[in-house]
Design a protein around this ligand. Sequence first.
Ligand SMILES: [Zn+2]
Length: 302
Amino acid sequence: MVRLGIDLGGTKIEIVAINPMGDVLLRTRVATPQGDYLATLQAIAGLVEQAQNQLALSYKPSIGVGIPGAISAKTGRVKNANSIWLIGEDLKGDLENLLLRPICIANDANCFALAEASQGAAFGAKSVFGVIIGTGCGGGLVFNGEIVEGANGIAGEWGHNPLPWNSQYMSNQACYCGKQDCIETFLSGPGLAKRFKEVTARHLTAQQIVEQMRQADQQAIDIMNAYYDWLAKGLASVINVFDPEVVVLGGGLSQIHELYDEVPKRWSKWVFSDEVVTQLKAPLLGDSAGVIGAAWLWSSEG
Ligand SMILES: [Zn+2]
């Protein structure tokens, strides 16, 4: 049976269809309708219908959805989403009504971590911390091949802790969650761009900052050096609690290849151990990991 996985991201919605071996049969993406919940539902329904037609399926495939947030155990509604137009909505119920089948929903970072631990960069590792650094900054824990959900459904969510160990570029920057100087306001793409602008008055995207660094632009080099430290500190605080064998990065900023050399060189300064054997790895499933993990949610739920 074919399974569908959907990754509902801040900027794009992606769908994959996989067969029982995990091979991707189809993959499509559309832009996320910004700020519009109903249009977001319609976009998802459109992708599902298109996939079913394209594959000429005679049955309704299972659907797993990765979202940039969590489902509240108390209300069943979306919480903690940086795509704030999803917050408080009954996404599961609305999609079930629209698509006429049960839907499995999980945090996108959890989906990402599950996919990379099951068949990707962290294959074979017992304990894995999967991090998504892109529009936002999420995290998910996998232990013995299973997502650690946690009592509040937020295990691994490190992005809204304050960045530990004081850093330069601290500027009491407000986060959408209501607090200040959250890890996400440093490590997300928009966060990096905003802090760069505060210091240099230059409007560059995260990607442009990285390009400038590679062309020896001193301001870009300086902020990227700070960025390596921020990521090393953020991850060190997780290593000090969960002590994973592997940390896998995902999301747009995981494509910065310099991270895999610079960050492990720095994190031992803050990890409470004489040596750090934790490995920092690039995603093996590319940017499809989250969406593939979403498709596998049904098998992990039985
Ligand atoms: Zn926050």
